[in-house]
Design a binder for this molecule. Sequence first.
Ligand code: PLP
Length: 371
Amino acid sequence: MANSRSGSGSAIPFLDLRWTNALVHKEVATAWQKIMTHGKFLDGPEVDLFEQEFATYCGVAGCVGVANGTDALELILRSLDIGPGDEVIVPTNTFVATPEAVCAVGARPHFVDVRRDTLLMDEHTVREAINHATAAIILVHLFGQMVDYEEIIKLASKRGVLVIEDAAQAHGSTFSGRRAGAVGKAAAFSFYPGKNLGAMSNAGAVVSNDFELLSRIRSLANHGRDRKNRSHHILIGRNSRLDSLQAAVLSAKLRHLEDNNSRRISVMRTYRANLPKECVPLSVNKNASPVYHLAVVRVQDRLRASDALTSEGIGWGIHYPVPCHLQPAFSTYSRELPVAEEAAMHILSLPMSPNLTSAEIDRVCASLDIA
Ligand SMILES: *Cc1c(COP(=O)(O)O)cnc(C)c1O
């Protein structure tokens, strides 16, 4: 949910993609000319190159580009033979794509509550949720901060449960020195245009240290093809490939990711220093270095705060207004998850773009000073 109606003063968008796109405009135009000439729109050298670069960036052995982040999650689950009869533990505070992927393979999402301070998955609720049907746990590194994964991974390995990462909001984020994408059996990334690393359409990737798994995913994402013989279909697959045009965009943008993430970190620092005391940013674990995909604060009177922003022409969002377990589509899997339910009434996402200026941040903070 996002709002960007403009009021008095110049508008501040919730997210400004024009600036990031301008950084790579020339390079992308040249690369796209080249792709239109060689004509390999789906299996071009741009795809191999980006896959190598992104695997190196994440600190993992390999990467397979796919069509989007939701497919990345689904393909990981499918490649691990997770399906009917299996349960997958998912935090309720995530984008619906996470439980959607679980249902798409025929498994059941087991929704768990989140920590009040970070709104991320909690080792204690995971411990309570694990049962004989649990096949996997999906760590969702939401808002740019990685989940405190160490105890969860220990617990999972003791119980013979797989750990998968949904890193769609955490490109470049670290926890205890490890990058998002490098802590689970496999990780799903989304390159939806608004993500920290975004394509110019839908795109996604799976990263892992397990080459066997990656090669199964590559085959599943390309109609179950045998790598050595294109007309041999060894698995019942589907069509979910990263295309060359988007791979070229992603390689160009990857070179700016570290700088853009630092800029987001400094935007958040300025917010923290200037926000009125009624607006409380989510906490950061002492071992985490978030990349602030979103700038989420808690406010008592959200309607008043969001109206104040709207009247100043400042964009805002709510991530997410309805936790997944309360969505009609997931009513079969509903349960009581009080922390997420309470938080959903009070969270507000402020404008967050790498190019947000101090003057703009001041205006956002001043608009919120309504007590
Ligand atoms: C964006 C997102 C996805 C889905 O990615 P798409 O590329 O849009 O399919 C999955 N999980 C989370 C947490 C996301 O933010």
